[in-house]
Structure formats: C-alpha cells, structure tokens
Design a protein around this ligand. Structure first.
Ligand code: C2E
Ligand code: CA
Ligand code: CA
Length: 917
C-alpha cells in the first residue's frame, strides 16, 4: 500500500516535471520529421522547377523555331503572291500594248478574269491619267494615291513593278468595300519608249494575310507584311485585319537582318502590350519582310498546362508530405512520449523499489507473427532483483527465459508468466527447490500484467517462513524428545481416522505410561529424568515400523499410533515388543534405571470413532494395567470403563487440586488418658472439591498413592501443618505436638526427612512439635529405604508412631529395629473393647509389650465412654476418637487448645484444681 502511494506520487511528479524535459530531450525528434518533410519538399520543388524551366526552354525554343519557320512559310506565300502579281501585271501590259487600245477590262471581268475577290480594281490609265478601261469605278482609288503612282511612273522610265500601299477611296458611292489596298503598278510605254500611261492592279491587303487562315495563330497571333521602310502593308491580328499603318501596331525597328526569331518585349514592340514570339523573313526578290508573331500565352500554352499539372502534382505531393510529416511527427512524438512515460514509470518504480529489499523486474512478452507468446525478455530490474540472482543488473537485462528453460525454475516461471499474461495477476509463495538460481529458500512472487509486459515483484520471505516453520514445529514437536506432541496428534488423528474410514482399515492407539519414572524423576532430579525420557523415546522408535508414529503427550505418557494395523494380534505384538524393550534397565552414566511400561490399547473402529474417545479408552486400558499390576498391556474393554473411569478422572482432578490448592488440614485431638488433657493432635487432610464438596481421604489417598501424587500431597500437608503451628505460636499458646501421616509411597522418593527439616526450619518450629505416623506396611516395604529415612527423621527430633497397629503382620520384635516412639492401636481393636473378651486381651497385651519396649500407646477410634474407661483401666497412654472430638478445622482446634481438658474424666472431676478451671 505504502509502495503504491509512493509510486503514484513519484510517478505523477515525474510526468508533470517531465514534459518540458521531454520536449527538450526530444527536440531532434520533434524537428526531424518536419525537417525531413521540408527537405523532401525542397527537392520536389527544385526538381519541379528545374523540369519546368527545361520544359519552358524547350517550349520557348519551339516557339522561336515555330515563328521562324512560320515566317519563312509566310514569306514564301508572300513571294508567290507578289510574283503572281508581277506576272499578272506583265501579262496585262503585254496584252494592252498589243491590243492597240482595244482591250476592255470590263469585258474581261465579265468573262471571269480579275473577278476573284482579292482584286479591288484593275485599271489602265492613259498618259494624262484618265482611266481608259477599269474593272471597277476608279473612285475606289484615292486621288492622291492615283496621282502619286502616275507621277512616279511618268518621272521614272523603269519598267519594274511598283508596289505601294493604299486605302480605299473616301467616296464609296461605287459600293466598294472599306479597307486597305496594295497597288501593283507598271509603266506603259509607246513604241518609242515614252510614257504612255500606267497599268494598275489593286489587291485588298487582306489577301496577303490569307496565309493566316491555314495556320491557327490564335486570337493574339499576328502576321504582317512589312515594307522596305518598315511600313506595314498588311497586318492581321487574330481574325481581324488591321488598317495598314493605322495604329502603328508593330514597331518594326527590332527586325534585324533578313530573317530571325526572338521574343519581343510586348510593351515596346506591340501596341497591345502583348509579349510575343516574333519571326521574320525577308522576301528574296521584293523589298518585303514577312513577320509572324505568336502570343507568349498561346505559344507557351502547352507549357503552361504542363506547368499547371506539374505544380498541381508538386503541391499535392507537398500537401501529402506535410500531412505525412504531421502524422509521423505526431506518431513518433506519441511513441517517444509513451516511451518516456514508461521509462518514467520504470524509473519511478525502480526508485520506489530500490529502497526496498524486494526484487523488481519488468518482463516483456515476445510474440511470433501470429501473436503467440514464444518467449519472455527481462527488460528491467532493480538492484535487489539482480542481487537475488547473485549477478549485476546489467548481466540480467535482456535475458531471454527460453534460453534457460532447461532449468526447472525457469520452466515453471515461463508457465507462470504465460498464465499471468492471461489472468493479469498472480501471487504465490514458493519454496524453492535445491539448485534454484536464487540464494533464497522462500519467495513471494507477485505478477501484474500491463500491456504486453509483466511487472514482477519478488519478496524474500525465507526468514518469515523459517520462523513460521519453527513455530509450527515447536507447536507440533515435543521439545525434550523431538517427537510429535499432543497438539500434533490432535491435528493428525482426525485425518488419519477419516482415511481409515474411507479405506476401511483399522488403527491402534497404544497409550504408554512408564512405571517408576516418577520415582526416578523425584529421586534423581529432572535432568536425569529427562535423560531417561529421551532414551525411552529412542527405544520406542526402535521397535516400531517407519510408518508408525510415536507421540509424547507429556510427562512419562506416550502414545504409539499404528496406522494402519491388520488386527489385534499385530497391536499386541507391538505392545509386547515395547514391554520387552523396557525389561532392560537404562544405563545412563553411572546410574541404572529400571522402568517398566504399562500399555493400554484402543482399536479403531471397535473402541471408538473419534480422537477423544480412542485416546480416553486407551488411557483407561493403560490405567487398568497400572492398577492391576505392572509391566504389561491390555486392550480396552467396555466393562473396565465405569470403575476405572472414576479413578482415572479422580487422579486427573487431583493434579488440578494440587495446582489449585484445594487441600486443607483438619486436626483431631489426642488426650492423655489419665488427665484428660490435650496432649497432641493428628493432622488429617481434606479435599475441598469445587463441585463435590469435602472429599474424604480414603477416596483420594489411595489414588494419590498409586499415581505417585502422594509425595506432592505429603509436602503440602507438612507445609500447612508447620504453617499452622507457626500461627498458633504467634498467639502465645502452649503448643502440643501434631502428628502427620506419611504413606509408604512417600519414602520411595527418599526425601521426607529433608522436606520435614526444611519446613520446620522455614517456619521456626521445634522438631519435638512434630510426630510422624507410618503404617506397619510402610515400614516393611521398600527394602531398607524406609529404615534409613525414618532414622533420619527421628534424628531431627521428630517422634515416630506406628499407625493402624494390629492390621499388619508385623511382630513387635520386628518393630524394634525401627526405633519407634509409639503405637497407635487401630480403630478395629478399640471397637472390640467391651464387645468381646479378645479385644480387651489384645489391647492389654499390646500396651504391656509396648511399655516394655519403651513405647507409648495411643488408642484410635474411641467412640464411647466405656471404651475410654477400659483404655484408662488398661493404662493406654492416650486416646483419640469421636468421643473426645471429631477432626476439626484449625480455628475450632484453637478453642480445644484453650480448653485443654477435653474429657470429663471421673478421676479428673474429683481433682480439686479441675474445679478451678
Ligand atoms: P488414620 O491415620 O487411621 O486416621 C484416622 C481416621 O479415623 C481418620 O479418618 C479419622 O477421622 C477417623 N476417626 C477418628 N476417630 C474416629 C472415631 O471415633 N470413629 C471413627 N469411625 N473414625 C474415627 P480420616 O480422616 O478419614 O482418615 C482416614 C485415613 O486417611 C487415615 O487413617 C490416614 O490413613 C489417611 N490420612 C488422613 N490424612 C492423611 C495425611 O495427611 N497423609 C496420609 N498419608 N494419610 C492420611
Ligand atoms: Ca493416622
Ligand atoms: Ca490410623
């Protein structure tokens, strides 16, 4: 979460801050496409212009050639036309001179001669200038022009053809057309060669530009026939014939030489300011020049069209280039921006992840032409990421996974990445097998898809996992032996039962409790006890098959689980093998420990279907073994259940009672038989059970004894008694001894004297205020252990009493060697007093023998006055029983202590000082 926030913050910051930087960094890229576009445009336009220039040159050259050849053609045409006129005038002159004045032109015209439209007028003038014969009225001629050619021919005796420009006469009554004319004239002579008139053929000047029609000169094209003096004889502009000289349309001054072609500068050359290509060619035999001019616009029309097309194409291409440039710039900028962004993202992520110890990688999917992922490439990673592989970052970048697909880790990885490319996300914890490329044991791998990439985070969770494993192991394992523990069994057994149910096989649960372990633990100390337990667990394991489980429940309780087991006999075999294994003592250093095994067996499904029931039943079977005798095994039997369950539960609740301090001690006074005075008291333990109320000792002492809890209980009683004595002592009372019951089993541990001594010392109690009661059987049992300890107890100054005397089989002589201080006659004998002769005989014998051995005698269970009186008579030293007092709590005991005289004795009653009290 933190990482993500961090990442987002940094990312946005980087993106914002990055725009200016990005533009600066990518300036070249930004300019590249436009520059390339510009360059291409320039090349395109240069090529286009060059091409156009070339085309134009060609077009211009063509135009020049064109006008040159046109002018040649035109000059040819003119030449032919003028020659024709030359011939016609010659012919007419000849005919006239030989017709002897009888030639009539009017008649010739009606016959079709000179009837063509170009002939404006054909006439013959006499020497006085009068028209002799004519094809048209002479009024068509201007008078000035007529006198001009008459005069000229009169003056000059040349017979050559004269050509002059003229106009139609002002007088148009003759019905002639308007326009300019070209007069072809010849001198007529008489036989003597004197002037005899003039022959005239006048042609419409338009005729000379008839040539024009055959060539398309266009509207602005011009053809002109120019005279010697530069005068325009015939000018045609487009379809119209211009009046000669009229508008001085053409400045002929530039026509240099006989022939040529050039481009005119319109403004100066032509009146219409049109620029034209001009070609000219002089006629060979006549003083004329044929001029042809074609308008630039027309001549260069194809070029202009080409040019338009070229420019159009160039513009279109330029536009395309522009568009392409824009798109390319846009696209590449976008690409660069994306790249920049992803770089930024990557950097940010790396920055964010570099601080952590997590490995971070960016993986790109590589696809074939069909888009199928064929490989993955490591595009980026952070330092910790490289560190996991034990290499430097640079070594890892660009790595292809397929190249390492032979390694199991990478094979799995590729599979995983493929899946993540589909699902978009995956997270798992992986325990790495041996031979993996990492230096790690456990990793958490997180994959997030982004486009065609995967962001991979690896976290080293080895420590956490090992810790977790440790915890799990600790929770499931017994620290002392390394065996699975009770918790493990509770987790494991339900599953095992379910499997057995499914597969229809049996299970056996062997509940093992070691006999004598508590003694070892109590006498040799916990360290030694631990050693024995470890050795015992090894022995257990040694006799089992590998599939069987040994579990330590706690203390010296073990469970063996046979899963599966064929039948009862197989379970029994195992139990026997275990029992046999424990026949042999444990030799640990100098110590030798004998420890048997009690084994209770429950079978699934016969003895229960659930964990708890099977455990309990195996435990009960074990308990049955323990109570019945030791060192063998027993199958659970429902009949055992009720009796033993109670005992077993009692034993288990005794443990709790000790922990919860549910025990208290009551006191029953002992009274001096002679004086009736309180002389001692017996401490009797009570169990204040939270549910069952006061539990009498006869119900729980035997259980405490058989389970070994009696030592602990004994210590509690000693402690409580000493504590009570100390309290009474603070009240300033005259204290009397308190006798404490010690079981035979308590000597097994061998430290009763130590417990006593330390309690006395701790509470500052005089040893003479404590007495110890032990049964006969306790003295006989346990070899000589009791003897030594009793001597040690006595050495403290504690008096020893034989409890329940008469119930055992010991003789007084046997008691001698124990150096006891007194006897307590069992209640059974006291009860006989007054009932049978035997009782009295028995008590009398005991008293006399005890006294002879220097021991005092206490009679227990005195319930009647009669018994008391008899015991008094039999000189029994002390009495104890309900007749005097039931056992009472310490507070009540205090009252009795203050009272001191507890029996209303006849002898005492008579005593004078008794009255004082
Ligand atoms: P015990 O040592 O023989 O104790 C005397 C028992 O006789 C006591 O029973 C007492 O209440 C009972 N009693 C006393 N006077 C009379 C009487 O006039 N009539 C009858 N019917 N009973 C009388 P309690 O307290 O139930 O103790 C039973 C036994 O439990 C004791 O027998 C003793 O063996 C054992 N016990 C009691 N306290 C302790 C203890 O602190 N340690 C050990 N090891 N054993 C104890
Ligand atoms: Ca007793
Ligand atoms: Ca007794």
């Amino acid at each position: 979460m933190f990482l993500r926030q961090y990442f987002n913050r940094h990312h946005t910051a980087m993106v914002q801050m990055g725009k200016a930087d990005f533009l600066k960094a990518n300036l070249r890229l930004i300019l590249a496409w436009p520059l390339l576009g510009l360059a291409l445009c320039a090349v395109l336009w240069a090529a286009t212009m060059l091409q156009l220039e070339a085309e134009k040159k060609v077009a211009q050259q063509q135009a020049l050639d064109n006008v040159a050849s046109l002018s040649k053609a035109y000059s040819q045409y003119l030449l032919r036309t003028v020659e024709q006129m030359d011939q016609l005038t010659l012919q007419l002159k000849y005919e006239w001179e030989h017709a002897d004045g009888k030639l009539r032109l009017e008649q010739l015209k009606t016959r079709g001669m000179y009837a063509m439209p170009q002939f404006a007028i054909v006439a013959i003038f006499d020497r006085k200038g009068h028209a002799v014969t004519t094809t048209a009225p002479v009024q068509r001629l201007r008078t000035s022009e007529r006198s001009d050619f008459l005069l000229r021919h009169w003056r000059s005796n040349s017979s050559a053809l004269r050509i002059a420009l003229g106009k139609m006469g002002e007088d148009k009554a003759g019905g002639g057309e308007a326009g300019s004319l070209v007069h072809f004239t010849r001198r007529l002579e008489d036989a003597d060669g004197n002037f005899d008139g003039v022959l005239l053929i006048s042609i419409h000047s338009a005729y000379f530009s008839e040539f024009y029609d055959s060539v398309n000169f266009g509207k602005l094209g011009m053809s002109a026939m120019v005279g010697e003096e530069g005068e325009l004889l015939s000018v045609r502009l487009g379809a119209t014939v211009l009046p000669p000289q009229g508008a001085a349309f053409l400045d002929t001054s530039f026509l240099d030489g006989d022939s040529g072609a050039m481009q005119s500068q319109g403004r100066t050359a032509f009146a219409d300011a049109q620029s034209r290509y001009v070609g000219w060619q002089a006629l060979k035999a006549y003083p004329f020049t044929a001029v042809v001019a074609l308008a630039d616009t027309q001549v260069l029309q194809p070029y202009q069209e080409t040019r338009t097309i070229y420019l159009g194409i160039a513009s279109a291409v330029s536009l395309l280039l522009l568009a392409f440039t824009c798109i390319a710039t846009g696209l590449s900028l976008r690409l660069a921006w994306r790249h920049h962004q992803s770089e930024g993202v990557r950097n940010a992520y790396r920055m964010a992840t570099e601080g952590t110890s997590d490995g971070f990688y960016i993986i790109a999917a590589l696809r074939d032409a069909d888009g199928v992922i064929i490989d993955f490439e490591l595009v980026d990673c952070n330092e910790p990421g490289a560190d996991f592989f034990g290499v430097r970052r640079e070594q890892l970048l660009g790595m292809r996974l397929q190249s390492r697909a032979h390694e199991p880790y990478f094979r799995d990885l590729i599979h995983n990445y493929r899946a993540a490319m589909v699902s978009g996300f995956s997270e798992e914890e992986i325990e790495l097998a041996e031979g993996n490329p990492f230096k790690l044991r456990w990793i958490r791998r997180r994959l997030v898809r982004s486009g065609d990439r995967l962001a991979v985070t690896l976290q080293d969770i080895s420590a956490a996992k090992l810790h977790e494993q440790d915890l799990r192991r600790l929770a499931n394992e017994d620290g002392l032996t390394g065996l699975p523990n009770r918790y493990w069994l509770q987790q494991f057994l339900p599953g095992a039962l379910a499997r057995a149910a499914r597969d229809g096989h049996m299970l056996a649960l062997l509940f093992i409790d070691f006999d004598g372990f508590k003694d070892i633990n109590d006498t040799q100390g916990h360290a030694e006890g631990d050693k024995v337990l470890r050795a015992a667990s090894l022995r257990l394991n040694a006799v089992l098959r590998p599939g069987d489980h040994v579990v330590r429940l706690g203390g010296d309780e073990f469970v063996v689980l046979l899963d599966p087991v064929e039948d009862d006999s197989r379970a029994e075999q195992v139990a026997q093998r275990i029992a046999t294994a424990f026949d042999e003592p444990f030799y640990l250093g100098p110590e030798r420990h004998k420890m048997g095994a009690s084994i209770g067996i429950s079978m699934y499904p016969r003895d229960g279907a659930e964990t708890d029931v099977l455990m309990k039943n195996a435990d009960i079977a074990m308990y049955a073994v323990k109570t019945a005798g030791k060192g063998h095994h027993r199958f659970f039997q429902p009949a055992l259940f009720e009796t033993i369950r109670h005992r077993r539960e009692l034993e288990q609740s005794l443990v709790t009672a000790l922990e919860q301090d549910e025990f208290l001690v009551v006191y029953q006074p002992r009274v001096d038989t002679m004086s009736g005075q309180l002389c001692s008291m017996e401490a009797l333990v009570r169990w204040q059970h939270p549910q069952h109320g006061m539990v009498p000792p006869l119900e729980f002492i035997p259980v405490a004894e058989s389970s070994g809890l009696i030592s602990q209980l004994g210590e509690v009683v000693i402690e409580k008694v000493c504590q009570q004595l100390a309290r009474w002592k603070t009240y300033g009372l005259e204290l009397v001894p308190v006798s404490i019951n010690v079981s035979a089993r308590q000597f097994g541990r061998g430290d009763v004297h130590q417990v006593l001594a330390s309690a006395l010392a701790r509470h500052g109690i005089d040893a003479r205020l404590i007495e110890v009661e032990i049964t006969e059987s306790a003295m006989m049992d346990e070899q000589n252990r009791a003897v030594e300890q009793l001597a040690a107890i006595r050495a403290l100054g504690v008096r020893l009493l034989v409890d329940d005397f008469g119930t055992g089989y010991s003789s007084l002589s046997q008691l001698q060697k124990f150096a006891m201080d007194g006897l307590k006659i069992d209640r059974a004998f006291t009860m006989e007093l007054g009932r049978s002769e035997q009782g009295e005989v028995f008590v009398r014998a005991i008293v006399s023998m005890a006294h002879a051995l220097g021991m005092s005698v206490v009679a227990e269970g005195v319930e009647t006055r009669e018994q008391l009186d008899m015991l008094h008579a039999l000189q029994c030293n002390e009495v104890q029983g309900y007749f005097i007092s039931r056992p009472v709590p310490a507070e009540q005991m205090l009252e009795l202590m203050l009272k001191r005289f507890l029996i209303d004795h006849p002898a005492r009653a008579r005593a004078p000082y008794a009255l004082v009290l």
